[in-house]
Design a protein around this ligand. Structure first.
Ligand code: ZN
Ligand code: ZN
Length: 105
C-alpha cells in the first residue's frame, strides 16, 4: 500500500504522519478534532458538519493515536472523543503543507 503511513510522530499540539513516499503531513490536533468524520460530528448522508469548530478547545491534545487495520488512524482526544476513524486517504488529501494546498483537489 503506497498510501500508508511509514511513521506517526506526535509533538505538542501537532500530529505528523510520514508517508511511504517520504512526504510529511503535519496536522494540528485541533484541526484533526474539528475534521472528525464520525457520525456525531458529521452527517453521514450529506457530509454536513454537526460539530461547531469553535467548540473545540484551543489546547486540545490527542494522548493516543493508533492505526486501525490497514486503512486508518484513530485518535483519542483529550476532550474524551475517540469515535472518529480517519482514513489514510482522507488524511493525505487534507495535508496542510504548502505543496499540497496548491494542488487542485
Ligand atoms: Zn466525532
Ligand atoms: Zn503535503
Amino acid at each position: 500500500m503506497t498510501n500508508a503511513p511509514r511513521e506517526l510522530k506526535k509533538s505538542d499540539g501537532e500530529f505528523t504522519i510520514v508517508w511511504q513516499d517520504g512526504h510529511e503531513s503535519a496536522f494540528s490536533i485541533r484541526s484533526l478534532r474539528q475534521a472528525c468524520p464520525c457520525a456525531a460530528c458529521r452527517d453521514e448522508w450529506t457530509g454536513k458538519p454537526l460539530l461547531d469548530p469553535e467548540s473545540v478547545p484551543a489546547d486540545i491534545t490527542a494522548p493516543k493515536a493508533e492505526l486501525v487495520g490497514n486503512y486508518a488512524v484513530a485518535f483519542q482526544f483529550s476532550d474524551g472523543h475517540s469515535t472518529g476513524i480517519y482514513s489514510f486517504e482522507g488524511l493525505r488529501s487534507r495535508c496542510p503543507c504548502a505543496a499540497c494546498k496548491l494542488r487542485p483537489a
